[in-house]
Design a binder for this molecule. Structure first.
Ligand SMILES: *Cc1c(COP(=O)(O)O)cnc(C)c1O
Length: 220
């Protein structure tokens, strides 16, 4: 299947689920997660007119997107992977949105990098709703302090992001994320991937992050 066909299928599925659930328009945006995909698949997506992408590693994203961004200035890139503090400057130069803020020290480094680069990027706070030690995201009991801190230092916190545990029902985590966002007055929800984006759409996601269902399997 071509990228365009996969995208149309995902859009139709999102529309069906969101409409059925009575989710008010607009429907969630589709972030095409291009991590580890071959360059020609990315070029195919660009040719098909898609402009919103997600990557999870700074160096890899720099390699594949620096030139393509010059060619396609309307591309928007979201950082969706865990971010090391020492890569903040590079991340702020390349990305348009950072979705994986999960600690105060990282928020501070990002803010400093944004000031230095003269860029004011929206951020999302990633929440570790499954309390998984190996996974990024702030623990539930640290979320309030992190949101407050980010807002106090002048970061634009747009919403929350979640990556649910693989062996749990994602709907539980989407529901929790929605409740937490409402509690903190944050308007946007980044939730849903290839296996569960339609559920996320039905539950009010603002954006879904879809990789393999658009591009095909990632090569090892
Ligand atoms: C890889 C990744 C995705 C996309 O995963 P697929 O299952 O390929 O759709 C979404 N979000 C994050 C944070 C990821 O790392």
């Amino acid at each position: 299947m071509s990228f365009a066909e996969n995208l149309a299928a995902a859009q139709a599925r999102i529309r069906r689920y969101a409409d059925h659930a009575g989710v008010p328009t607009p429907k969630p945006e589709i972030i095409a997660v291009s991590k580890r995909q071959p360059g020609e698949r990315i070029d195919e997506a660009l040719t098909a007119g898609h402009r919103l992408f997600g990557e999870n590693r700074v160096e890899e994203a720099e390699e594949r997107w620096t030139d393509r961004r010059k060619q396609f200035p309307d591309v928007r890139l979201h950082m969706i992977g865990s971010l090391q503090s020492r890569k903040c400057a590079a991340a702020v130069r390349l990305f348009d949105v950072i979705e994986s803020v999960d600690r105060i020290s990282l928020a501070d480094k990002l803010k400093r990098a944004m000031d230095a680069e003269g860029r004011d990027l929206p951020i999302y706070i990633q929440v570790n709703t499954g309390d998984e030690p190996q996974k990024g995201g702030v623990a539930l009991d640290g979320l309030g302090a992190l949101v407050d801190h980010c807002q106090r230092v002048g970061l634009s916190v747009e919403g929350l992001m979640v990556l649910p545990p693989q062996d749990d029902d994602p709907a539980l985590h989407f529901a929790l994320l929605k409740k937490l966002a409402a509690r903190h007055g944050l308007p946007r929800l980044s939730m849903g991937m290839s296996g569960d984006y339609e559920i996320a759409a039905a539950m009010g996601a603002s954006q879904v992050r879809i990789g393999t269902a658009l591009f095909g399997n990632r090569p090892d």
